[in-house]
Design a protein around this ligand. Structure first.
Ligand code: ASP
Ligand code: MG
Length: 329
């Protein structure tokens, strides 16, 4: 029998009343005789608050080591997992909570944005065999040296999808406070429509263009393993939206989205269109520094690049250093 994997986001687990509703959903599956693994986010704004706290305690922001910060941030999800397990056990449903490390989530050592390298499912499966509800902290893993790592903001989606893939599940349910995936952000466009289904590729386009529904890397992984993602709401019984492989051959428009907080960087010089060396250096810097390029356009005299505003100053410095300062060294 396939194991059901459910993920509950920060707003779904924000307080005790909401966790009660989460318990109900889990218990319903359990009572139907299903095995279930639950991945949780930190409660409400916990992760943001922990980041502010780290800044408050450091003499200056730049002195905060990414490793220390991951150690701190991982505690957010641990609180949710343990509270949920305490609640389920007290209702007579045997459950166990696991950290990323106990759940066998092995990552590289790129603190703050670690990549999942492997998932060792033995521990999860042994608790499933004992018929226990398994609760796993999202957003975190462990590197080969035993350090706690985190997977990047919103990374609990990725934890859930990765665990579902590793367990061979057919579907991963991602619960949040909205009904599913809409044709536009319902906060900006009140008439937006709930979509029954959408393809992986459309979802990837939309989420890299700013739709804040699902973590981009989680959609990529689901696509790779052909795992269906069901995005649904914790607070009602709507069936939500399915992200799946189907590609429809029609002219229906599914999605309109926009991205805020981006900056355009402009690199100027003669013969830019044929400057292959510059172009490959730009991509190399972006990949070395983990900076996502959303769009690049070339013209005879300029290369224009769109990146997150938060990274633009740093990226510009690096580009200047490599393309101008070190050009003839
Ligand atoms: N708690 C983490 C964050 O706020 C991970 C997540 O919620 O997915 O980014
Ligand atoms: Mg989230």
């Amino acid at each position: 029998m396939s194991i059901i994997v459910q993920k509950y986001g920060g707003s779904s687990v924000a307080d005790k009343d909401k966790l009660e509703l989460v318990c109900e959903k889990i218990i319903e599956e359990k009572d139907n005789g299903n095995d279930i693994v639950v991945i949780v986010s930190a409660q409400g704004k916990t992760t943001n608050n922990l980041i502010s706290k780290a800044k408050e305690y450091a003499c200056n922001e730049t002195s905060i080591s990414k490793k220390d910060l991951d150690f701190l941030l991982s505690t957010g999800e641990m609180q949710t997992a343990s509270l949920l397990s305490i609640m389920l056990n007290s209702k007579g449903y045997s459950s166990v909570c696991l950290t990323g490390s106990q759940a066998g989530i092995i990552t590289d050592s790129n603190f703050g944005n670690a990549k999942i390298l492997d998932i060792l499912t033995e521990n999860i499966l042994s608790y499933i065999q004992e018929s226990r509800i398994v609760i796993v902290t999202g957003f975190q893993g462990i590197d080969k040296f035993g350090n706690i790592t985190t997977l990047g903001r919103g990374g609990s989606d990725l934890s859930a999808v990765a665990i579902a893939c590793a367990l061979g599940s057919k579907k991963c349910e991602i619960f949040s406070d909205i009904d599913g995936i809409f044709s536009a952000d319902p906060k900006i466009i009140p008439n937006s429509k709930l979509l029954d289904n959408i393809s992986y590729d459309e979802m990837l386009e939309a989420s890299s263009a700013g739709a804040k529904v699902l973590h981009n890397r989680s959609v990529n992984m689901a696509k790779e393993y052909n795992l269906e993602i069901n995005s649904k709401c914790t607070f009602n019984d709507s069936k939500g939206s399915l992200v799946q492989n189907e590609v429809k051959e029609d002219f229906d428009i599914h999605f309109i989205t926009k991205k805020d907080d981006v900056s355009k960087i402009c690199i100027v010089g003669p013969m830019m269109l044929s400057n292959k060396e510059a172009i490959s250096k730009i991509f190399k810097i972006a990949s070395d520094e983990n900076i996502q390029i959303y769009m690049i356009s070339l013209s005879e005299l300029a290369i224009n690049i769109i990146v997150d505003t938060s990274k633009s100053q740093f990226f510009m410095q690096k580009l200047h250093e490599i393309l101008i300062e070190k050009r003839n060294n």
